[in-house]
Design a protein around this ligand. Structure first.
Ligand code: PBG
Length: 341
């Protein structure tokens, strides 16, 4: 029944190198260490307050003081970089997102406080209008309901300078306006912030997997006359991949220091495509919906959270991402320590 002849025996048997964990570790091609992860933080005003985010189990909005405590715990686990998002009070939101240009706004205060408390951390700030806009869009909207490009870029450049002033190491425009990287670079240099880096959301898709994030910031586009109902006139069409190359070429020429692909898991081909055509570091954003779906399935007992989350993050690194923004950064760092350290 199990007869086999010498002639049919394979010379190459890839299974030889899978025989033990010791051998597998020798030949493993991708090792994702906690230092490659960026933890996104949602910040609220006040002190000693935490608000759990319903659609993101395990993650909460935190006041600045508690954010600093969490950053310290992260550093102990080897995670040193943080992407800050301000969940500002609804009363501060206006159609033009004016609070974005208040030098004393929540994001600037948080940036300053974290860099003062933990100078060795890397703080990445979000440059876009949606956290400040009562309309829920990343840019300024004309009366006719058009997201205005160049007018928005002017505001973004000013925002980036405020963030640099507050101490940001890296500013990250997440808005997808055309020409914003060049304008931000020029504004930063003009203001003397030649060492502030730009992480551009280069290929950011109009994805439906941002839902939990919009809950965290209460930032979904509002339903109103002359307000676009979605972000498809600026974020990329999920059906496109060549277009990501065009965006990458532009961002590189405009002076981006790092390029980002977002979401990550559904867009591994885009990560690999950009990896093949740029020498710049590539970041990938493991977005809120990608995180939430593993959490939800795990809560139902349908998936093994630890194994699935580690596999997902490793796959993103294998595709070519140098660093990964993920809400699972602290979990991963703990699991990694248990498994490998
Ligand atoms: C908006 C922004 C979004 C995310 C990061 N910045 C949402 C959006 O574009 O509507 C999503 C991140 C996530 O889902 O984890 N500038």
């Amino acid at each position: 029944m199990f007869e086999t002849t010498v002639l049919t025996r394979p010379i190459r048997r890839p299974r030889r190198l899978r025989n033990s964990e010791a051998i597998r570790r020798l030949v493993r091609e991708t090792t994702l260490t906690p230092g490659k992860l960026v933890l996104p933080q949602f910040i609220i005003d006040g002190s000693q307050r935490t608000e759990p985010i319903g659609a993101m189990p395990g993650r909460s909005r935190l006041t600045i003081d508690l954010t600093i405590d969490e950053c310290r715990r992260a550093l102990d686990l080897g995670v040193r970089a943080f992407a800050l998002f301000a969940a500002i009070d609804t009363s501060l939101k206006t159609p033009e997102g004016t609070e974005a240009l208040n030098p004393d706004n929540l994001l600037c205060r948080a940036t300053h406080a974290i860099k003062e408390a933990i100078p060795e951390s890397c703080v990445i700030t979000d440059v876009a209008l949606d956290p400040y806009s009562s309309l829920g869009h990343d840019g300024l909207i004309s009366e006719a309901g058009v997201v205005m490009n160049d007018e928005t870029v002017d505001v973004l450049a000013k925002m980036a300078v405020l963030h640099a002033e507050a101490g940001a190491d890296i500013v990250a425009p997440s808005d997808m306006m055309d020409g914003r990287v060049g304008a931000i670079r020029a504004a930063l240099d003009e203001a003397g912030y030649t060492q502030t880096a730009i992480l551009s959301y280069t290929a950011k898709y109009a994805s439906s997997f941002y839902g939990p994030f919009r809950e965290a910031l209460d930032s979904a586009p509002v339903v109103a006359p002359n307000v676009p109902k979605d972000k498809r006139t600026y974020q990329m069409d999920p059906a496109n991949s060549r277009e990501a190359s065009i965006e990458a070429t532009l961002d590189e020429a405009e002076g981006a220091d790092m390029l980002m692909v977002k979401p990550a898991v559904l867009y591994l081909d885009i990560i690999a495509r950009l990896r093949a055509r740029t020498d710049l570091p590539i970041a990938a954003y493991h977005v809120s919906g990608e995180y939430a779906m593993v959490k939800a399935a795990a809560q139902n007992g349908w998936l093994d959270e630890r194994a699935c989350m580690m596999e997902m993050l490793t796959a993103i690194a294998r595709a070519g991402a140098d660093c990964i923004l993920t809400y699972a950064a602290l979990d991963y760092a703990r699991w990694w320590r248990e498994a490998f350290a």
